[in-house]
Design a protein around this ligand. Structure first.
Ligand code: PLP
Length: 480
C-alpha cells in the first residue's frame, strides 16, 4: 500500500503515451503548433509563468489591465463587441449563456446539442424545445438544423428566449447559421452558438464562415480544440443588442474558478496572436494535408470519406480538415478500427462511433502523421474482408417531455432494470453514437418506441453516452 503511494499513475500513462511516437489526429490541435513562446518556456521556466493576480497581472473577473487588453484584441480579430477568456472550456461558456440569457424561459435547442447544454439547463431551470437535425444516411450523422425547422418551432413556442445551435458539429458539418439567425432575429431573439469546433474557421476562405460572421449574437469556441491554445482554454464572443453583456459577465464570475490559470490565459493570448499573424498559412497547410489524405484514401475499397456532396440542405457546408471516414464496408465498427489504429500503428484518432472514425487535421498535424494515417488505414482495409456491417436499429424521432431537465435532475430517482422502465420518466440522458442525438433526456418519457429501441441498443451492445449504466441493463428513472 505504502509502495503504491510512490506511483504517479496518470503522469506515468502520459509519459508512456508520449514515448511511443504517436501520430495524433485529435485535440488539442496545437501538436507541434503550440505557440512557440510557450513551448520554449518548458520545464522550470514554465512554472515561472504559472502565476496569480499579482500587481500588474490583472484579474479575470474584473479585468482592467493586460487581461482586458488581451480580450479586446481577441474581440477585434473575432469580430465581436466583447470577448471573454474561459478556463473551463466551451462548457462553462454554454453554462453562462444559458443561465444569463435564457434563465428559466424556453429555448429552442438542436437535439444534437453537447452535454454541456444539459448542464446549462439544469443550472438555470430553462425549458428546452428540441428541434431535430437532418441525418446524412450513409454516415448516420447529423447535418445541422434547417431554418424552416426553427421557424416552425417558434410558431409553436413564440415565447422562446433564444435559439441555441451547435455549429459546426463534431463531424465538421456546418448548417445554415445565416438562415437560422434571420429567423431568430425576425422574432427578436438571439442565436447562441456552440462553436466549440470553430476557433480556426475565420482564418481561411475555404472553411465555413464562423458564427460571428454568419450573424450569431453569441458564440463559444474551444480555442484549445482547433485554435492552438492549451487544453481547457476557450473564448466566448458576444455581439449586438440582443445579448446582455453584463449578465453574461456576471454568470461567468459565478461559474468560473477564482484561481484561473495564467498559463491557460496566456496561451489564449498567444494563440490569438499566432492566428492573427499566420492563421491563413496555418489553415492553408491543414487544408492541403487534409486534401491529400482525402485524395489518397478516395480509391480505397470499403472506406468512404464524408465530402460536401453528401450534405443535405441549402447552405450546409463542411470543414474539410475533419476527416469522417466510414469503415462500415470493412465489417468492423469505428470503435474496432480506432483501437486497431492505436494498438498496431500508434495512430490516434479524435473519436469513433459505430460506423465512422473521425480524424482531425489541425495546425499541429504533420505530413509524416498523415502518411502514417493513410498507410495504417490502407493496411487495415487490405487485411479485413468481412461482410459490411448491417444498418443499426433506427432511432426514434418523437420525444415526450414530461418535466424540465432541472426538475428531473433534482427529483428523487432510482435505478430499475430496463424491462421495468417502460412508461417511466428518465432521470438521465441516453445518446447513441452515431448520430449522438439523445434518445432520452432527463424528464422525458420512456415511450414504447423508445423502450423497444433501447432493447435493440442493449442487444447490439451499441455504445451509449450519458447513462449511469452504459450497458443499459438498468436505467435511472424519476420517482414522483
Ligand atoms: C460540440 C461540442 N460542444 C461543446 C463541447 C465542450 O467543449 P469543452 O471541452 O471545451 O468544454 C464539446 C467538446 O467536445 C463539443 O464537441
Amino acid at each position: 500500500m505504502l509502495n503504491d503511494l510512490h506511483r504517479a499513475p496518470l503522469f506515468a500513462a502520459l509519459k508512456k503515451h508520449a514515448r511511443q511516437n504517436p501520430a495524433g489526429f485529435h485535440i488539442p490541435g496545437h501538436g507541434q503548433g503550440l505557440p512557440p513562446e510557450l513551448a520554449t518556456h518548458a520545464g522550470q521556466a514554465l512554472c515561472a509563468l504559472d502565476l496569480t493576480e499579482l500587481p500588474g497581472l490583472d484579474d479575470l473577473h474584473n479585468p482592467t489591465g493586460p487581461i482586458a487588453a488581451a480580450q479586446d484584441l481577441a474581440a477585434k480579430i473575432y469580430g465581436s463587441d466583447r470577448s471573454f477568456f474561459l478556463v473551463n472550456g466551451t462548457t462553462v461558456g454554454i453554462h453562462a449563456l444559458i443561465t444569463a440569457l435564457v434563465r428559466q424561459n424556453k429555448v429552442i435547442i438542436a437535439r444534437n446539442a453537447h452535454r454541456s447544454v444539459l448542464g446549462g439547463l439544469v443550472l438555470s431551470g430553462a425549458d428546452p424545445v428540441y428541434v431535430l437535425p437532418d441525418i446524412i444516411p450513409d454516415f448516420a450523422i447529423d447535418c445541422g438544423i434547417r431554418p424552416a425547422v426553427i421557424r416552425q418551432a417558434l410558431a409553436v413556442s413564440p415565447d422562446a428566449a433564444a435559439v441555441l445551435a451547435v455549429r459546426p458539429n463534431y463531424y465538421g458539418v456546418a448548417g445554415d447559421l445565416g438562415g437560422m439567425a434571420r429567423v431568430a432575429h425576425e422574432a427578436g431573439i438571439p442565436v447562441l452558438v456552440d462553436e466549440a469546433h470553430g476557433a480556426h474557421l475565420r482564418f481561411h476562405r475555404d472553411l465555413p464562415r464562423d458564427a460571428m460572421d454568419a450573424g450569431a449574437d453569441a458564440a463559444v469556441q474551444s480555442t484549445h480544440k482547433l485554435g492552438g491554445s492549451l487544453g481547457q482554454s476557450a473564448m466566448l464572443h458576444l455581439r449586438g443588442d440582443l445579448v446582455d453583456t453584463d449578465a453574461v459577465a456576471a454568470a461567468l464570475r459565478l461559474l468560473q474558478t477564482t484561481s484561473p490559470s495564467y498559463l491557460l490565459m496566456a496561451s489564449l493570448d498567444l494563440a490569438r496572436r499566432r492566428l492573427s499573424r499566420q492563421g491563413g498559412d496555418l489553415m492553408e497547410k491543414a487544408l492541403c494535408l487534409a486534401r491529400s489524405v482525402r485524395d489518397r484514401l478516395a480509391g480505397s475499397r470499403n472506406l468512404r470519406i464524408l465530402t460536401a456532396d453528401c450534405l443535405s440542405g441549402e447552405n450546409c457546408v463542411l470543414d474539410s480538415t475533419k476527416l469522417v471516414i466510414s469503415v462500415r464496408g470493412l465489417g468492423l465498427t469505428g470503435y474496432q478500427v480506432s483501437e486497431l489504429l492505436a494498438a498496431r500503428y500508434k495512430v490516434f484518432v479524435e473519436m469513433a462511433d459505430f460506423y465512422n472514425i473521425v480524424a482531425f487535421i489541425s495546425m499541429g498535424t504533420t505530413a509524416e502523421d498523415c502518411n502514417r494515417l493513410v498507410e495504417a488505414l490502407q493496411d487495415v482495409a487490405a487485411r479485413n474482408k468481412l461482410p459490411a456491417l448491417p444498418p443499426q436499429p433506427a432511432a426514434p424521432s418523437i420525444y415526450k417531455k414530461v418535466m424540465k431537465p432541472r426538475d428531473a435532475w433534482f427529483a428523487r430517482s432510482r435505478k430499475v432494470p430496463l424491462a421495468g422502465a417502460r412508461g417511466e420518466i428518465s432521470a438521465e440522458v441516453i445518446a447513441v453514437y452515431p448520430p449522438g442525438i439523445p434518445v432520452l433526456n432527463p424528464g422525458e418519457e420512456i415511450t414504447d418506441e423508445i423502450y423497444e429501441y433501447l432493447l435493440d441498443v442493449s442487444k447490439w451492445g451499441l455504445s451509449c453516452q450519458g447513462p449511469s449504466d452504459p450497458t443499459l441493463k438498468t436505467i435511472k428513472i424519476v420517482i414522483e
